[in-house]
Design a protein around this ligand. Structure first.
Ligand SMILES: [Zn+2]
Length: 336
C-alpha cells in the first residue's frame, strides 16, 4: 500500500478528485452522494474506501491517519458501518445484476443509526449493472438522504444510468493515470522490478488497479497471454476452427473481459496502422511485433471494423443475448 506525506496517500493519482473531497470534508460541504465514474480497476473503490476513512478517522482530521481502529477496519473492509454492495450473479449464472430486494433491504438498514462511526458509508459498486427496479428504488434514498449516511456509487460509464440518479450525485470522473505514474507506483509500493513495472504500466493503460492485479497474480498475467494467443491464432483459422473457439469461449465466465482484451489489441493495431512513422504508443507492449505485422496486413479500415464487431458483441452480451450465437457472429466478422 502506498504511503507518502501527501494527503490521502492510499490514493495514487486522481489528485483533483482527492482535493475536491478533502476540501469538502474540511469545510463541511461534502455531498450526500457521489458517483465515481471510470473504467474497471482505475481506482474508484480505493477512492471510495479512502473517503470512508476520511469521514470516520478517529483523529477527526480530514486526512485519514491509517493507524486508528476505524481507518484499519475500513482498509480491511471490516468496518461495521462501511458497506460495499456489489451486483450478484443472476440465477442464469452469467450476467451480474444488483436487484431491487438488495436496495429495499439497504433502505431498511439505513433507517437505523450507525453502530459506531460518525457516518455510515455505503459503496454501491458497478451501479451501471443495477436493475431498473433497483435504480428507481435508490432514487428515493437519493432524494431524501438519511442523516449520517454517505452514498458512493461507482460505474464504468454514465450511459446506462438513469439521468435522475446522475443528477442527484456529485459526479467525479476518473481518468487513466500517466503510465510513468503507474510504473513508479509499481516500483515503489508493489515490489515490481523495472522490466515488470514498465510492461505492466503499458498493459494496464494507466489503470493502476489492473497493473497491481497482474503484478500480484502471475496466473492472471499468464491467462492474459493465452487469451491474446487465442486471438492471434483464430485469425489464421477457417470457419470450423473459429467456431470451435466460439464454443470454448461461450462457457467462459470471463468472456467479456477476454473481448475487452481483444478490443485493446485491435486498438493497438489501429494505432499502428494509422502511424507508420513512429513506433506507436501501444498498450500491449509485449505484442509490439505481432501488432506491427497485423497493422501492415489489415490496414486501418479492417481494424476499425474488427473493433466495431467486438464492441457490438460486448453490447449484446451485456443485454443477455445468446452468448454462443453472438460469438459465432463475431468469429465470422473478424478478418481473415
Ligand atoms: Zn484514522
Amino acid at each position: 500500500m502506498p504511503n507518502g506525506d501527501r494527503s490521502w496517500s492510499t490514493v495514487v493519482g486522481h489528485d483533483w478528485a482527492v482535493e475536491i473531497l478533502e476540501s469538502g470534508l474540511r469545510h463541511d460541504r461534502l455531498a450526500h452522494a457521489y458517483l465515481l465514474v471510470g473504467p474497471p480497476h482505475i481506482g474508484k473503490t480505493t477512492l471510495a474506501r479512502t473517503l470512508a476513512q476520511a469521514v470516520n478517522c478517529e483523529t477527526g482530521s480530514s486526512v485519514p491517519c491509517q493507524r486508528c481502529r476505524s481507518c484499519l477496519l475500513i482498509s480491511r473492509d471490516r468496518h461495521p458501518d462501511v458497506w460495499l454492495i456489489e451486483p450478484e450473479l443472476s440465477s442464469s449464472g452469467r450476467a451480474e445484476t444488483l436487484r431491487i430486494e438488495r436496495i429495499r433491504n439497504l433502505q431498511k438498514d439505513l433507517s437505523l443509526a450507525p453502530y459506531e462511526a460518525r457516518f455510515r458509508v455505503v459503496v454501491l459498486a458497478r451501479f451501471h449493472q443495477a436493475s431498473a427496479g433497483a435504480a428507481n428504488a435508490l432514487l428515493k434514498t437519493l432524494e431524501e438522504p438519511p442523516t449520517r449516511v454517505k452514498l458512493i456509487l461507482t460505474a464504468d460509464q454514465t450511459d446506462g444510468l438513469l439521468p435522475t440518479i446522475v443528477s442527484r450525485c456529485q459526479v467525479l470522473t476518473l481518468r487513466p493515470l500517466p503510465l510513468e505514474k503507474v510504473e513508479a507506483a509499481l516500483l515503489l509500493h508493489w515490489g515490481a522490478d523495472e522490466e515488470q513495472a514498465h510492461r505492466l504500466a503499458h498493459i494496464s493503460g494507466g489503470r493502476l488497479g489492473l497493473a497491481v492485479r497482474l503484478q500480484k497474480s502471475p496466473q492472471l498475467d499468464q491467462q492474459r497471454a493465452e487469451h491474446l494467443d487465442m486471438l492471434e491464432e483464430l485469425l489464421e483459422l477457417d470457419r470450423t476452427g473459429r467456431f470451435r473457439i466460439a464454443d470454448r469461449l461461450a462457457t467462459n465466465k470471463s468472456v467479456s473481459e477476454i473481448l475487452e482484451l481483444w478490443l485493446g489489441w485491435w486498438r493497438d493495431v489501429m494505432l499502428a496502422a494509422a502511424d507508420h512513422a513512429d513506433p506507436p504508443a501501444v498498450t500491449n507492449i509485449d505484442r509490439s511485433y505481432q501488432i506491427r505485422v497485423a497493422a501492415s496486413r489489415y490496414r486501418l479500415n479492417t481494424a476499425r471494423l474488427a473493433i466495431r464487431s467486438i464492441q457490438d458483441t460486448l453490447w449484446q452480451l451485456d443485454r443477455n443475448a445468446n452468448t454462443r450465437l453472438a460469438l459465432e457472429v463475431l468469429m465470422l466478422n473478424l478478418p481473415a
